[in-house]
Every structure is written in C-alpha cells, then in structure tokens.
Design a protein around this ligand. Structure first.
Ligand SMILES: NC(=O)c1ccc[n+]([C@@H]2O[C@H](COP(=O)([O-])OP(=O)(O)OC[C@H]3O[C@@H](n4cnc5c(N)ncnc54)[C@H](OP(=O)(O)O)[C@@H]3O)[C@@H](O)[C@H]2O)c1
Length: 266
C-alpha cells in the first residue's frame, strides 16, 4: 500500500449518514479517521472499508460533547494518519431531541449545543489552521439540516444549532474564498437513520425520506464541486422555498408536515 496524499476525518461515522460518507470517501481514495463514541461499530466499519477499498482506516473513539476531548481530536487524527495530510473534515455528528423546549432536561439541551455547535466550530478551527499550513486542496463538509432553513416546533435547540451551522459555513466559505480550503454546508430533509429513534420520534408516514447512501453521495459530490449550500433531493429543494414565507405561516406549515410524518416515540 503506497502513501496516500489525502485523508478525511468523519465524525459520527458509527451509523447513518456518517458511515455512508466514510464509504463514499474511501471509494474516492481517501484514507480515513472514523470518529464516534461506539468504538466497536467503528472497528467493524474500518475493517469493511479497508478490505473493500484498500485505504487506511483508523478509529478514534471520542465524545464530542466533552470539550476536553474535542480539543485534541484533530491533533490525534493527524497523528494516526502519520504523513498523510488531513484534507477533508466531515462534521457530521449531531443530535437533537424532539420535544417542547421547556420539557427537555437542561443538560440534554446543553449536550446538543456542545455537539452540534461547539465541537463543530472547534474542529473546524483546528482543521483549517492545519489545512492552510499544508496548502493542499482541502474541504470542510458540514452536515446541517433543512431545519436550519425551516425551524420546527419541538425542535427549538436542534433548529437553532443547525442555523448556526448554516450561517457559520456561509461566512467561513466567504472568508476562505481565496484560500485552498472550500466549505460546504449540506441541509438534508428526512433521512432513514437511527436519528429518529435518538430524537424520540416514531415514523408515522414516509413522506419522501431519503436513504443515507444517496445523501452521502450527493453531499460528497457537492463538496468536490465547491458548493457552499446544498440541499439533497428534489422534494427538499422545493420545501426549502418555504423559508421565504411569513414566519407564522412557515412555522405552522413545518409543524403540520412534521406531525404528518412522525409521532413521539412511546
Ligand atoms: N436523519 C435525518 O433525518 C437527518 C436530517 C437532517 C440532518 N441530519 C443530520 O445528519 C447528521 C448525521 O445524523 P444521522 O441521521 O446519520 O443520525 P445517526 O444515525 O443517529 O448518527 C449520528 C452519529 O453521531 C454520533 N454521535 C452522536 N453523539 C455523539 C457524541 N457526543 N460524540 C461523538 N459522536 C456522536 C453517533 O455515534 P455514537 O452514538 O457512536 O457516538 C452517530 O455516529 C446529524 O448531524 C444530523 O443532525 C439528519
């Protein structure tokens, strides 16, 4: 196996969109660092990917809601990769609880802010500094949500953290426009993953949910094209237009469509 010249750190790689981003990037020849809390899942995926694509695949078990752990992630990822430069940061790990804000325990709301906002900004800061230093074409791929454009009732913290990801990505992409680093923010609508279960949702009706391999493929293609904001899927692109509606109408429509699709899990 020769020495590669590109590598990706994928957060939230133990399931859903993150596992598929890892498979997609490996198919394009990237060495990988897979990050999540569930090390056993990451090991299994690393074995599968290395065997199928012949890339090097490292595992980094870390809790991104813990600031002390976040502080050393990029450094640890680069150390694991040896001389292979880290050229992609896929900030995919994210969580949310679907409930009235005042009914969400304060520490759970804080955990989602720490993961979706603080960890994402810290990793991006560390990654961009290193990418500017090595000078190779580099990419930040931030996974936000359609909720960044269409905030949803019972998803106050989640919607707000994803709005942060969208705004942060837009400004960072602009600031880095003359550099070697590109920034892409993906805003998926519903995707069939474990996210629903973790958010406390049960699917009532599949209204245009996408499969995670398709979302991952489209996301990586948008990243390589250098698109700043990308909404996967035709139906989601149309839905995103609702962001131009008056606020009250928009909130009502989003609430109705969520109520059609999901119910609180028992
Ligand atoms: N599914 C959807 O409908 C949907 C729609 C729009 C946007 N998104 C976004 O897509 C991204 C991926 O979600 P998904 O749908 O693939 O959900 P998922 O299957 O639940 O995956 C979430 C990933 O994040 C990791 N994670 C959670 N908390 C973590 C922590 N504290 N530290 C490190 N890793 C952590 C999980 O791994 P461990 O549990 O092993 O740590 C898992 O690998 C999220 O940012 C989500 O907001 C999802």
């Amino acid at each position: 196996m020769g020495v590669n010249d590109k590598a990706a750190l994928v957060t939230g790689a133990s399931s859903g969109i993150g596992s598929e981003l890892a498979r997609e990037l490996a198919a394009r020849g990237y060495d990988l660092v897979l990050l999540a809390r569930r090390a056993d899942r990451l090991q299994a995926l690393a074995g599968e990917i290395a065997a199928r694509h012949g890339v090097r695949c490292h595992v980094l078990a870390a809790d991104l809601a813990d600031r002390a752990q976040v502080d050393t992630v990029v450094e640890r990822a680069q150390r694991a990769l040896g001389g292979v430069p880290l050229t992609v940061l896929a900030n995919n790990a994210g969580s949310g609880v679907w409930d009235l804000f005042t009914d969400v325990p304060r520490d759970i709301a804080q955990r989602d802010i720490d993961l979706n906002v603080t960890a994402l900004a810290t990793l991006t800061h560390d990654f961009v500094a290193r990418a500017k230093a090595h000078g190779r074409p580099a990419y930040v791929l931030n996974i936000a949500s359609l909720a960044a454009m269409l905030p949803a009732a019972r998803f106050a913290v989640y919607s707000a953290t994803k709005s942060f990801v969208l705004t942060f990505s837009e400004v960072l992409a602009w600031e880095l426009r003359d550099s070697n680093v590109r920034v892409t923010c993906v805003c998926p609508g519903g995707v069939k993953t474990e996210f629903l279960e973790h958010a406390g949702q049960e699917l009532k009706k599949d209204v245009g949910m996408m499969d995670s391999p398709e979302v991952a493929r489209q996301s990586v293609e948008a990243m390589l094209r250098g698109e700043v904001v990308f909404v996967p899927g035709a139906l989601n692109k149309v839905s995103a237009l609702a962001r131009f509606l008056p606020r009250g109408l928009r909130l009502r429509l989003v609430e109705r469509s969520m109520q059609m699709a999901v119910r609180p899990a028992k």
